[in-house]
Design a protein around this ligand. Sequence first.
Ligand code: BTN
Length: 342
Amino acid sequence: MCARPKRAPFACSTTSQVLTYLSEASGEYISGELISQNLALSRVAIWKHVRTLRTQGCRIDACRHRGYRLLGVPDLPTEHAVAGRLQTSKLGRPLVFYRNVPSTNHLLSTHAVAGAAEGMALVADQQTVGRGRMGRAWFSPPGVNLYFSILLRPQAELAQSGTLPLVVGCAVARTIAEMAPGVPLKIKWPNDLLVQGRKLGGILCEMSAETASAWHVVVGVGLNVNMRRKQLPRMMAGSATSLCIETGRTHARAEILATLLNRMEHAYTTWEKEGLIPFLPEIQACDMLKGQSIRLEQAGKSFEGIADGIQADGTLLLRMEDGSHRSIHSGDAHLIPSQACG
Ligand code: BTN
């Protein structure tokens, strides 16, 4: 975990300002002279920033007497790419993008302990030690997916914390409905996001509490966006999917991230005031387990029953064979395939 995170492209604010001038010209030429006057820099300095932008994947045409023209920027969810679409007052402020980190959750936890403010978001193009629930690894190759973490310091009782992954799941479901309509996203309690039984994403909430009213949570989200089928390791081939696989087209990661942060802030504000109750109809509509026979694995124990919905405290209601009900607080749920008759 001690590898030094690689900072983002466009992280130098002057390079980012040059990029802003180029993007605002909407594909037209803008003179180096004009940019240099506005930024109070020499034309040679502007040229050096343009060269930096090119090394970071921006396609910039340079023409004598006309200036520079932006032809394309790489699909990276950088501060710069997300900022224009972000409508939040807290979440993603600040947002820090890294090319490469061990784990955004791990890195953000260290910021949290050092007193970082609520809303800070860390985003990575790649994670080398991405972590999932139950000590599992999260496959995090570069250039294709979204991996990010957000720091929350909820004005709510710690007892409410278990419901947060479901609220984040709703925010993701709303984002997918808007950005990739028609993709039938389901939430699998407690925090999996699936499309037709294959994993599209996952949520990892890591809490830390000083007291029952002063606590923070690092919310980590991994969403498979542009990963192709052939990029999936063999052991994930039958169990994972991506938005690109489902829709047959690529998606702009920065747009998805900005929309998700906007939706998440809205959902979080509601949850802080009203808890999970306002989300229950939505959760019910995309509850993948409801009515299914499942095997629940929990700290070395395993038991079976029929999933009977999610309750206001975030627990899964399980109907046992004898007709009694059990509220499940945590664990891994596995569908039991129905047995063919005859
Ligand atoms: C799961 O097991 O389903 C949860 C996966 C959560 C993965 C995300 S990717 C961004 C953040 N950083 C991590 O190391 N994990 C979470």
